[in-house]
Design a protein around this ligand. Structure first.
Ligand code: SAM
Ligand code: SF4
Length: 465
């Protein structure tokens, strides 16, 4: 059932009032919110507003410390790794911040053929990836939306050398209920879509032509997706278009709307910041640029506000910023990414890219870095293949039971990566971490992990629980 009004109500007045009430953060109030957050039951809008204006270094430190505590308690040392797979940059919309926008004549246009998609998939498999996020502009080659369905089939159909892609998440323009049903039948993992800005005036000023001009069609997409049976959805804001404080509170209203209507909120949140893009002044000079310190605050506050919802950090950000946000609550990262269709097979064609990347390192280097920092890179795809999605996932996640699966799955898939794809240097760093983590685990998951890792070392692949 669609929302009665055909929209998701975002209450601007309530947001403005909450921001105003907490403009001058009172230390006692901030500390009370941090204490509440440690109970890991999430936060209300007023709590979030109280944290947004924290600038005192001690309080900021306490905020980050609380985020770190929650991240550690729920996600431990795991970081799930994926890569985007851009299949097409054709687009009928005029989003002023994006290089794919229809009127951008500087961009080299390309929609990959199914053979080219298979080639890109093999390149990703050769790097060691197991999860991809399929991305496209909002205009498909002649066959229309079935192009996306075929692309999903193509990717799942490739088995190559030592591996295959085991989970495809999708980030494409809003669909009809029937199309979402088809997407679900194609066995996708998460459907992802960012509102970009929840502020209607700003939305209208940056979406100048095409279907994307319709704010309500976009904001209700997750209602249709969930009604079509897609349990795991990912939402987000493109930070830099409007005041991040407003966006954070509006994003939370969207979260609460999904929880109330569908019994479960989003599976993931994304926090893209505007990056320079060919032919876009807005992208080069964001009207509401978010500073690095505010960006870290955004991640930390989200970790406190919705402790069990994954937070994704893409390669838009530099290696340095990414490292800083891992501790604050990030649970998934992309690595070795290209944002131009065909970019894995042909990295030279940069003038077909969507935006400039902040982290250009290959997957192996990112994995070595992450492992060196003590995080276990996880290529796990177990949950959705075992039907642990949506509410079932949250029911397991909330009492902390999911960790009993996640840690062994992370270790087994990490060891699989190290053996099949890791460079000697990365294998040395990684194997040391695996030993340390195994030794520090509780007896039940430890027993499971030891047995799974043993099977991987004996040559078994795709071992999960
Ligand atoms: N075309 C679909 C859409 O707009 O939803 C899906 C894919 S679009 C390529 C993926 C996301 O890239 C957009 O939702 C937007 O948030 C982000 N994006 C666009 N331009 C960007 C830029 N200059 N910097 C950072 N992210 C950008
Ligand atoms: Fe097209 Fe999406 Fe880029 Fe907008 S953000 S121009 S819809 S690809």
């Amino acid at each position: 059932m669609l929302p009665v009004t055909g929209t998701v109500p975002i209450d601007d007045t309530a947001i403005a009032a909450a921001i105003e009430r907490h403009r001058h953060a009172d230390a006692a109030r901030v500390r009370a919110v941090l204490a509440k957050a440690r109970e890991m039951n999430g936060l209300e809008s007023d709590d979030i507003a109280a944290l947004m204006n924290v600038s005192d270094p001690d309080l900021l430190h306490e905020l980050f410390d609380t985020a770190q505590h929650i991240k550690q308690a729920i996600y431990g040392r795991r970081l799930v790794v994926f890569a985007p797979l851009y299949v097409s940059n054709l687009c009928g919309n005029e989003c002023t911040y994006c290089a794919f926008r229809a009127r951008n004549t500087e961009l080299e246009r390309r929609a990959l053929t199914q053979d080219e998609i298979a080639t890109e998939t093999r390149m990703l498999i050769d790097q060691g990836h197991k999860r991809v996020l399929l991305v496209a502009g909002e205009s498909y080659p002649r066959e229309g939306f079935s192009y996306v369905l075929k692309a999903i089939d193509t990717v799942y159909g490739v088995t190559h050398d030592k591996g295959e892609i085991r989970r495809i998440n999708v980030n494409v323009a809003p669909l009809t209920l029937e199309q979402f049903r088809e997407l679900k039948a194609a066995k996708i993992g998460t459907y992802q879509l960012f509102q970009e800005t929840y502020h209607r005036g700003t939305y209208a000023s940056v979406h100048l032509a095409g279907k994307k001009m319709d704010y309500d069609w976009r904001v209700t997409a997750m209602d249709r997706a969930m009604e079509a049976g897609i349990d795991d959805v990912g939402i987000g804001v493109l930070f830099g278009l409007f005041d991040w404080r407003y966006e954070l509170l509006a994003l939370m209203q969207h979260v609460r709307h999904l929880e109330a209507r569908h019994g479960v909120g989003p599976h993931t949140l994304s926090v893209p910041r505007l990056e320079p893009a060919t032919g876009s002044d807005v992208a080069t000079h964001p009207p509401h640029a978010v500073s690095d310190i505010d960006f870290r605050k955004i991640v930390a506050i989200l970790r406190l506000a919705v402790p069990y919802t994954g937070i994704i950090m893409s390669t838009r950000e530099s290696a340095h910023i990414r490292r800083e946000t891992f501790a604050l609550g990030v649970s998934q990262i992309s690595a070795g990414s290209r944002t131009n269709p065909g970019g894995y097979a042909d990295s030279e064609r940069e003038n077909a890219s969507q935006f400039c990347l902040g982290d250009h390192r290959p997957l192996d280097e990112v994995i070595r870095d992450v492992a060196g920092l003590g995080y276990i890179p996880s290529f796990c795809t177990a949950c959705y293949r075992l039907g642990r999605t949506g509410r079932d996932f949250m029911d397991l996640a909330k009492p902390g039971e999911i960790k009993e699966h996640c840690d062994p799955n992370a270790l087994a898939t990490f060891v699989e990566y190290l053996i099949d794809y890791g460079s000697d240097e990365t294998r040395a760093v990684g194997e040391q971490l695996v030993e340390q983590v195994l030794a520090s685990m509780d007896p039940v998951p430890q027993q499971m992990a030891v047995s799974m890792v043993k099977r991987v070392r004996a040559g078994k692949r795709d071992v999960f629980c």
